[in-house]
Design a binder for this molecule. Structure first.
Ligand code: NAG
Length: 397
């Protein structure tokens, strides 16, 4: 718990830092008497656990930018950090080549404030010229746009990649780090997976009955994820080993009296695992809201490193892609991960009769060095019990 407060404090301090840097930028803006002043923009400070990243430029020399428009992205091991322009102007010089490594505080690019690029001013007129539909054969033979009145090019255009040939793409830092962590888990943990299946009839009915009222009151959709997150928190408090971790350096087992659940979210750059903190004290609405906020941040590529630090357990939902069955890999330094899957109608035996029920397979991969089979199986059965009959939560059984 103490750690948690320290974390909070650290977070608040970081917020203050961010605010003071905004203040500095504003100060620059208001103090400028002459226009066309050139300023050097530096790499922002990263979070503590990150020291460097690779630059990917979104703008080129001569491009006009608005205030706060993203000029480049810096891919760190955990996320990408967007670098906005502190003011409107024109990019004068890029001080780091594309793909190159930068550290916090390093000079990134020069910006001529207030200026407007020549091409940018001509662009609207050019667009009008280009607007009429091209002659009928233009579709098959692409010709330069009629508006291209610039100098005749003296170099050959770049050769397009030959279809079918192997292409070599540099692994971005996030992909590298994901690869490294997954192998680390396989090399360190004694991983084992146990399975169960969940009858989703009751929770589906509950959702159907209350989804409109829930949406109206909380302004958020009621999904199945909250039930599994809540059930996991419940089961983790009962089986502390699943929520604990082996500290390999001190040969100690670290148990936690709080539950922070990482939720795996797929993004175009790779899998990210933002953390829902203090789940043991949350209700369904809190959980749905938090998942929604984190998912939104992930889609907009705005997740900060702090959003992904320090989970004690992970839930991965392969069901969103229609997976029936799979074995997840532990997200280190954790000791277990729950895999949710798709809900499919299947015949099941209920009191000696075959019935069709909406069923989901669930999997728990765990580190057998720390967690025994009995604990893992009991843990997964608890999740099954809670999701199948959510009244269990209400009565704290
Ligand atoms: C669904 O809830 C009912 C009570 O409403 C309970 O009797 C039943 O066992 C639950 N279904 C499952 C599959 O657990």
């Amino acid at each position: 718990m103490q750690l948690y407060f320290l974390y909070l404090l650290y977070f608040i301090c970081r917020k203050c830092e961010a605010r003071s840097s905004i203040f500095q930028i504003r100060y620059f803006k208001t103090s400028v008497a002459c226009r066309n002043e050139v300023i050097t923009v530096k790499t922002p400070a990263f979070a503590e656990s990150v020291t460097e990243g690779d630059v990917r430029w979104e703008k080129a020399v001569g491009d006009s930018v608005k205030e706060d428009e993203v000029v480049c992205e810096i891919e760190t091991d955990k996320t990408s950090v967007q670098v906005p322009s502190p003011a409107a102007g024109v990019i004068e010089e890029l001080l780091v080549p594309d793909g190159e490594k930068v550290e916090g505080g390093q000079a990134l690019f020069k910006l001529r404030k207030g200026a407007v690029a020549a091409q940018a001013a001509e662009a609207p007129a050019a667009a009008v010229v280009a607007a009429p539909p091209p002659p009928h054969d233009a579709a098959t033979t692409p010709s330069p746009a009629p508006s291209a009145v610039g100098p005749i090019p003296t170099t050959m255009p770049p050769v397009p990649p030959v279809p079918g040939a192997a292409i070599f793409v540099k692994m971005n830092r996030m992909r590298l780090r994901i690869a490294q962590r997954l192998k680390e888990a396989q090399n360190t943990c004694a991983m084992l997976t146990t399975f169960n299946e969940v009858d989703m009839s009751n929770i589906s009915e509950l959702r159907k009955a209350y989804k409109d009222a829930f949406l109206k009151k909380h302004n958020i959709k009621l999904g199945f994820m909250s039930a599994f997150v809540k059930a996991s928190a419940y089961a983790l408090m009962e089986q502390p080993a699943v929520n604990g971790v082996i500290d390999d350096t001190t040969k100690e087992i670290v148990y936690r009296d709080y539950v922070d659940i990482s939720v795996a979210v797929a993004t175009p750059k790779g899998l990210v695992v933002p953390v829902i903190r203090g789940v043991e004290g949350m209700n369904f609405a809190d959980i749905e809201k938090t998942i929604n906020e984190l998912g939104e941040k992930a889609r907009k590529n705005e997740l900060a490193v702090e959003d992904m630090d320090g989970g004690t357990f992970t839930i991965s939902n392969g069901g969103v892609f229609g997976s029936m069955f799979g074995t997840p890999i532990i997200n280190p330094p954790q000791s277990a991960i729950l895999g949710m899957h798709g809900i499919f109608e299947r015949p099941v035996a209920i009191e000696g009769k075959v019935e069709i029920r909406p069923m989901m397979y669930v999997a728990l991969t765990y580190d057998h060095r720390l967690i025994d089979g009995r604990e893992a199986v009991t843990f997964l059965r608890k999740i099954k019990t809670v999701v199948e009959d959510p009244r269990v939560l209400l009565l704290d059984m």
